[in-house]
Design a protein. Structure first.
Length: 328
């Protein structure tokens, strides 16, 4: 399919720079719409349970369009970028499902196994459930940050098992090279993000230990201070990987991009403080995968100039969804 035209991103005057865009998107999200979603649970074969949040417009027709959205590290269904995207899609007649990764958001306490950047089987289980609930609906798949890596991995690692109902996909600021991204957090000033992520993840482990008596807490040789240390001592071994290096190598989506068959948009920004732009500048992509590098926007910020649409990212995703998807 021919590439769509994406207009330049123009930052709000007070939010110039990648760090400002990134932090504003998290801590100053603006007024978010009230949540009226239906919470649905999806049991998994290993006895964990996933949760999705179903936002259905009142006039949504049978077999109408659907968007499935997946959040990033330390996020959940209430992450501002998911809520704003769901609201814009719903206003356009699109039914949306916001997925909580294992143990996140409304799924806290419903999973013992941790989520990770390569849990494409979990995403596939969600997609199959939604297809059963909504037969005949074309599905657009949107992944944000870590969720974007999961989406790309699913699409490319085994293209034949991707449901035909998935007609298009988009990955926003995806960490397609997990090692490069994670080790890059050791640099100044990225180390502040590193510390933030580790603090959130350790707090979640403490809370899970209080919630679930059957959860076996990790025995850290030394309390992790960096994300790579947390992954090496907890995420990787609890997810079946040898160590962090093995985890990053197996789950980085960059190696799967050439096999993607679904029309896919990869959207990132040149000043993303978390995802090095060098990861994208060397890519060789198939014709059905379009890469757009915005000159600004930070990491999942994209808060635009006040004389236009503030939600630049959501506007582009809606435009992508209205483009032609695969038909078979």
């Amino acid at each position: 399919m021919p590439p769509i035209t994406i207009p330049p991103f123009r930052s709000h005057w007070a939010l110039a720079g990648g760090h400002r865009q990134t932090l504003a998107g998290v801590f100053f999200p603006g007024r978010l719409p009230d949540e009226r979603s239906v919470v649905r649970r999806i049991p998994l074969p290993d006895s964990d349970t996933l949760v999705v949040h179903d936002d259905c417009p009142p006039d949504w027709p049978s077999a109408g369009p659907i968007a499935v959205m997946l959040h990033g590290l330390a996020g959940c269904h209430r992450s501002s970028y998911l809520v704003r995207t769901a609201a814009m899609l719903n206003a356009s007649g699109v039914r949306s499902f916001r997925m909580d990764l294992r143990g996140c958001g409304a799924g806290f306490g419903l999973a013992i196994k941790p989520y990770n950047a390569g849990c494409s089987d979990d995403l596939l289980a969600v997609l199959r459930a939604i297809i059963a609930w909504c037969p005949g609906s074309p599905i657009s798949l949107f992944g944000f940050s870590l969720g974007g890596n999961i989406v790309l991995k699913l699409l490319g690692e085994a293209p034949d098992r991707v449901p035909l109902e998935i007609v298009r996909a988009a990955a926003i600021n995806p960490p397609i090279d997990l090692a490069r991204c994670t080790y890059g957090l050791a640099r100044w000033p990225q180390r502040h993000y590193d510390a933030y992520f580790v603090k959130q993840l350790l707090q979640r482990l403490r809370e899970l230990q209080q919630r679930r008596s059957d959860f076996v807490p990790p025995t850290f040789a030394r309390t992790p201070r960096r994300l790579v240390e947390f992954d090496d001592q907890f995420t990787a071994p609890r997810s079946g990987f040898r160590d962090a290096e093995d985890y990053y190598e197996q789950c980085s989506s960059e190696q799967f991009l050439s096999a993607i068959r679904v029309p896919t948009l990869i959207l990132t920004s040149r000043n993303d403080p978390l995802i090095p732009i060098a990861s994208f500048e060397r890519l060789t992509l198939p014709p059905n995968v379009q890469l757009h590098i915005a000159e600004g926007g930070g990491h999942l910020g994209y808060l635009a100039t006040s004389n236009g649409s503030r939600d630049w990212l959501q506007t582009q995703l809606l435009g992508w969804m209205n483009s032609t998807g695969r038909t078979s």
